[in-house]
Design a protein around this ligand. Structure first.
Ligand code: KIV
Ligand code: ZN
Length: 545
């Protein structure tokens, strides 16, 4: 009985995957007499906080694809959504909990019985599922948003955790806006929720206000002052409003936090969240100062980043650390010379270490199925037979239009033809006339709810004409807030990647697509944004966290 209890407690206390307890309690050498790197739990919230990026909503199948990629990459805890937010969120969390076996699945819940019951309903099919409940503890939030006294907030937090404890002992409590909370009160809440059964206590910088030295100090103080802190894992969740989310998370780890909440590409509410790839590579590149390890297989970082970008329609900025197009590009002659002589002169990590393809010429028109399938595997995809067929036939079509096919082309076609799920609107046919003496005209055929329809329109240019027809066919006229285009590879036959953001009635959606024809890429991206807008419209409410 005792042994069983110990196992149970340990499994949940350290999430079932930690070799050692959080700092501030018993050390690993106390337990095992060894000195090994400390393990940091990676909690990924791409599917929840990441989905709160303007325009980034995803459908159920897209979320599952990302969850599978996160599991493969070695993420410890996947926050799959906010089950009470909409039936779509609930379904996505439920499906992910049922399908993912290697990562814990959690669903977010406000500190109310209704939210917690709904979250549990969604995650209960998962392996060691976690309930994540939150309540604000800062004076600003308590007074203006919650309109509750500190005592009422304390009581509600304890009640929520006790309610969650009826379902599981794997409970995370987040003190929303912790950074702007009074430290004495925060310590009181943290102690009380741990007593009530929370096994992870999360200290969010909800508004991205913290400075690394201050945040590290705060987390250290909290660990030193909360008497029962050894019964929980201390976690941090930082937003990037001052561009300091990663720095703050690392400072917190140095002060004793043992879980980092983050997202792929750093996407998230407003300026985003802590970027997972930056934290993970920080540990890998600087073990001299950051002697911590994670379960993340870094070689999967690049593919997962591309998948998230393609699915959410949120392009990764070229100069983004680790996964940006320029992250390993050496432009100046002096740097190029140095790199050729000795890579470490200007490279602190290799592109291969994060799975960035070497960009060698890989395939062409005459390449066969075997060579294609092998390359797809090397790029880290595990496609089934049907998906391989679909991808191969798309590859053949592309090879007819484009002499050389690069790794990036293969990724784009897999994203386009395999990863994307048919939605309400589909582009069937597009014919455009444009030139110096013609009025740009577009004729478009689209399948809408399974019925093919056709229209034509004029415009200021070929893209404008195409978008006008699509709007006519769909019967909605959203504002085009963003339109950007870039070449995926070099050469005039390169595929263009187009990103658009549209807004209609306060709802926003992004769309991204690639094609060798820039008008086709634009049309597909536009249609994709409409599909996402449709999905976004089904949300019952958009959470404010
Ligand atoms: O930013 C925040 O405070 C959150 C919590 C729900 C963890 O997202
Ligand atoms: Zn957040």
């Amino acid at each position: 009985m005792l042994a069983g209890n110990h196992f149970f407690k340990r499994k949940h206390l350290f999430g079932g995957f930690l070799k050692k307890p959080p700092r501030g309690s018993v050390s690993l050498s106390d337990l095992f007499g060894e000195n090994i790197m400390e393990r940091i739990i990676i909690f990924d919230t791409t599917l929840r906080d990441g989905e709160q990026s303007p325009g980034a909503s995803m459908n159920v199948e897209e979320k599952l694809r990302i969850a599978l990629a996160l599991e493969k990459m070695g993420v410890d805890v996947i926050e799959a959504g906010f089950p009470i937010a909409s039936p779509g969120d609930f379904e996505a969390v439920k499906l992910i909990a049922e399908r993912i076996k290697e990562s814990q699945i959690t669903g977010l819940a406000r500190a109310t019985h209704g939210d917690i019951d709904r979250a549990w309903e969604a995650i209960k099919g998962g392996s060691d599922p976690r309930i994540h409940t939150f309540l604000a503890t800062s004076a600003i939030h308590m007074e203006h948003k919650l309109r509750k006294t500190p005592d009422e907030v304390l009581a509600q937090a304890v009640d929520a955790v006790k309610h969650a404890a009826k379902y599981t002992s794997n409970i995370e409590f987040s003190a929303e806006d912790a950074v702007r909370s009074d430290l004495d009160f925060l310590c009181k809440v943290v102690e009380a929720v741990i007593d009530a059964g929370a096994t992870t206590v999360n200290i969010p910088d909800t508004v991205g206000y913290a400075i690394p030295s201050q945040f590290g100090e705060m987390v250290g103080q909290l660990i030193g002052r909360v008497p029962n802190i050894d019964k929980a894992v201390v976690s941090v969740h930082c937003h990037n409003d001052l561009g300091l989310a990663v720095a703050n998370s690392l400072a917190a780890v140095q002060a004793g936090a043992r879980q980092v909440e983050c997202t792929v590409n750093g996407i998230g509410e407003r300026a985003g969240n802590t970027s997972m790839e930056e934290v993970v590579m920080g540990f890998k590149v600087r073990p001299d100062l950051l002697d911590y390890e994670t379960n993340i297989v870094a070689e999967h970082i690049y593919n997962t980043s591309r998948l998230v970008s393609q699915v959410t329609g949120l392009a990764v900025q070229a100069n983004k650390a680790i996964v940006g197009a320029n992250a390993f590009a050496h432009e100046s002659g002096i740097h190029q010379d140095g790199i050729l002589k000795e890579k470490t002169t200007y490279e602190i990590m290799t592109p291969e270490s994060v799975g960035v393809p070497t960009n060698e010429l890989v395939l062409g028109k005459h390449s066969g199925r075997h060579a294609f399938t092998e390359r797809v595997k090397e790029l880290g995809y595990a496609l089934d037979k049907k998906q391989t067929e679909t991808a191969f036939s798309a590859f053949k079509k592309l090879a007819d239009k484009k002499k050389v096919i690069y790794d990036e082309d293969i990724e784009a076609l897999i994203a386009e033809h395999v990863m994307r799920i048919p939605d309400r609107y589909r582009l069937v046919y597009l014919n455009v006339t444009a030139g110096t003496v013609t009025v740009p005209t577009a004729t478009v055929q689209m399948e809408i709810d399974g019925i093919v329809q056709q229209e034509a329109a004029f415009g200021d240019g070929p893209v404008d004409a195409t978008f006008s027809v699509i709007k006519k066919l769909i019967g909605r006229s959203p504002n085009l807030e963003k339109f950007s285009m870039s070449a995926i590879t070099g050469g005039t036959d390169a595929q263009a990647e187009v990103s658009v953001r549209i807004e209609d009635g306060g709802l926003r959606a992004n769309g991204q697509a690639a094609d060798t024809d820039i008008i086709v890429a634009s049309a597909k991206a536009f249609v994709r944004a409409f599909n996402k807008l449709e999905h976004r419209g089904k949300k019952v409410f958009t959470p404010s966290v």
